[in-house]
Ligand binder design. Structure first.
Ligand code: SF4
Length: 283
């Protein structure tokens, strides 16, 4: 079975299992089948990004996670994959790009994040290398990187060969507010990014889109500020994942944001490459 057919079949299976924390997704950025771990089935996040695709997104606390159930769901998912890949020449590692902490809120705000990361690590260690996904990823807004327990968890992720995708959508404080709806100063966010780089392999991920501002259309993040923010970190980050808005935002009720053209994305990518950054672009 090809990975895309496997994804469709797994999605059908998942719908019969009513998993609460685990979901299969076809990921543009991971370039294939990804198994998501959602620590916020209550759709609560500490940020409120204007392009966020989570329906009914709210600000609010992290829910208590039933770790036993999460472990059972992940085991169920991986066992189903092993069984259905078994009769092909492919391995699970060939077919599944990653297990990704992502979901409907910021994973690191969950007080159980570190414990669950350890549980996933243990589960992976019990499987043969070809019978587990190729990568373990944390997709994060980076807002909890100042906490020692999160720093410790990221070291653990690093020991497991995992990586972080760290959100940076702004080139100044005003864009942090307009795009991510946070009053966090960009300088502080960049300090956290720097900390992240010292702990674990880190890619920056950036959404590029257009928004209406005082009757004009502007592309965010503005390139000079964004470049200035990232240049000091050039040797520390592994690269930049640039992506356009592919699916409608669930937060932009007034329709202020629009996808940018491929040409604009290419302009960002080529400017960054000229400065020596490694860039992957996803239209
Ligand atoms: S950090 Fe992620 S989950 Fe939270 S609002 Fe932004 S895009 Fe949505």
């Amino acid at each position: 079975m090809e990975p895309s057919a496997l994804f469709n079949a797994l999605t059908s299976y998942a719908s019969t299992r009513h998993w609460q924390y685990i979901y299969p997704v076809w990921s543009r950025r991971a370039q294939g089948l990804s198994i998501g771990i959602n620590l916020h089935p209550n759709h609560c996040c500490n940020w409120h990004c204007v392009y966020c695709q989570v329906p009914g997104l709210q600000r609010g606390p992290s829910p208590t996670i039933d770790t036993h159930r999460l472990q059972q769901e992940l085991t169920d998912c991986l066992n189903w994959l092993t069984l259905h890949i078994h009769h092909t020449t492919l391995t699970l590692r060939d077919c599944v790009q990653d297990i990704a902490f992502a979901g409907d809120g910021e994973p690191t705000t969950s007080p159980q994040f570190a414990e669950i990361l350890d549980m996933v690590a243990h589960l992976m260690q019990q499987r043969k290398p070809h019978d587990r996904p190729a990568n373990l990823r944390l997709i994060t807004n980076g807002s909890q990187l100042q906490h020692a327990h999160i720093q410790h968890a990221l070291k653990r992720l690093h020991e497991m060969g995992g990586e972080v995708w760290f959100k940076l959508d702004a080139g100044n404080d005003g864009e942090m507010l307009a795009v991510n709806d946070t009053h966090l100063p960009l300088a502080l966010h960049l300090q956290r990014l720097q900390t992240c780089c010292t702990l674990c392999t880190t890619w920056v991920q950036t959404a590029i889109f257009s928004r209406s501002l005082h009757g004009e259309t502007v592309t965010t993040p503005t390139l000079p500020g964004y470049m200035e923010a990232l240049l000091p970190l050039k040797q520390r980050i592994s690269g930049i994942l640039l992506y356009g808005i592919a699916r409608p935002s669930q937060q932009d009720l007034r329709g202020c944001i629009q996808a940018t053209s491929e040409k604009i994305l290419e302009k960002y990518a080529s400017t960054l490459r000229t400065q020596g950054f490694r860039v992957r672009m996803f239209v």
